[in-house]
Design a protein around this ligand. Structure first.
Ligand SMILES: [Zn+2]
Length: 337
């Protein structure tokens, strides 16, 4: 063994160290150079064969080699460990992101918003009122006779003798007429309650939008024009419609509006009960008795009112078969809208 051999081991170590990337490779390097059977120990073994006069110089060089390798090995180890722990905390920007579920407006809210926006375009304001009402606002002022079947406990949730959960949004019409002078042009969206058995077609709670127009010279023709315009905006421009005579305590004359069944196009199917028509709303000219009850002179003013169920409207428009789906909050249903 001579000094050149020691120098070449130092060079070999430098080359090996420069290619180390992970700690495992560094450990292999330690075994190769610094272990009991490693290269450095091997060189020290050979020291006994070195001629006596060369021993101090070779010994010094061997010690220096061992220090050099040990120092550089330790430095490399610290660096790799730092890099390793930093790697665990850093974010891998190449990984796909976590998808978050974004909420949306409930389909009933969307439907009310759309109805509101169509009527807003025709100059209607929006009014709301209490869900807990008195018998007066819900029935009496609206011309319901004392023995009207809707006043029966079977149909209405009474809280006490005089108070109840409103069965329609019409009491808001009474409040608007009592508080504002004509001209009135307003819609009243809101939640209503009926004591009905829950099934695919009816629910004990649902939503309505009612409308009211009071002014001088308001005619049934304007009522028709307004509702036909609404129906075409909401259900589509090419629909056919008809008005059928009907009865409500608070309007005279009263009518129901039908549109052609969008499923069968009027030929007749299960949805339209094979008539080819779908009823979309009820309407009529405000009964003079209601105007008098609300402090409006029926000799001077006339008006019309209309109302539709929001659930029914959404069921017709989006072909929903079961009203209960609106209230179950099943994500599979809600996310379709
Ligand atoms: Zn049909």
């Amino acid at each position: 063994m001579n000094l050149d051999q020691i120098t070449s081991v130092s060079g070999e170590f430098d080359k090996d160290l420069s290619s180390v990337i992970v700690l495992k490779e560094l450990e292999e390097l330690r075994i190769k150079y610094l272990s009991r059977n490693g290269i450095v120990s091997g060189l020290f073994e050979k020291l006994k064969d070195v001629p006596k006069e060369e021993k101090p110089a070779v010994g010094n060089k061997l010690n220096a080699l061992r220090n050099y390798i040990t120092e550089n090995f330790n430095l490399a180890k610290i660096k790799l460990e730092e890099k390793g722990s930093a790697g665990k905390q850093s974010i891998d920007l190449t990984l796909p992101g976590t998808q978050r579920q974004i909420g949306s407006k409930h389909i009933l809210t969307q439907t009310v918003d759309e109805i509101k926006s169509i009527f807003k375009g025709m100059g209607f304001s929006t009014f709301e009122g209490p869900e807990l009402e008195s018998d007066y606002y819900n029935f009496e002022a609206l011309n319901f006779a004392p023995d009207h079947p809707a006043r029966d406990m079977q149909d209405t949730f009474f809280i006490s003798k005089d108070f109840l959960l409103r069965t329609h949004t019409s009491p808001v019409q009474v409040r608007v007429m009592k508080n504002y002078k004509p001209p009135i042009r307003a819609i009243m969206p809101g939640r209503v309650y009926r004591s009905e058995a829950v099934n695919a077609r009816s629910y004990c709670m649902f939503h309505q939008v009612e409308g009211l127009v009071i002014d001088t010279d308001i005619t049934f023709a304007e009522l028709k024009g307004t509702l036909v315009f609404f129906a075409k905006q909401f259900y589509g421009n090419d629909l056919k419609y008809r008005f059928r005579a009907s009865f409500f305590p608070f309007t005279e004359p009263s009518a129901e509006m039908d549109i052609t069944c969008y499923i069968c196009g009027g030929k007749g199917c299960k949805i339209c009960k094979y008539t080819g028509w779908l009823e979309i709303l009820g309407c009529g000219m405000v009964d003079p008795n209601v105007l008098i009850n609300c402090g409006i002179d029926p000799e001077k003013y006339t008006g019309y009112a209309f109302g539709m169920g929001i659930e029914r409207t959404a069921m017709l428009k989006y072909n929903v078969q079961d009203i209960r789906l609106f209230f179950e909050n099943d994500f599979r249903f809600l996310k379709q809208f």
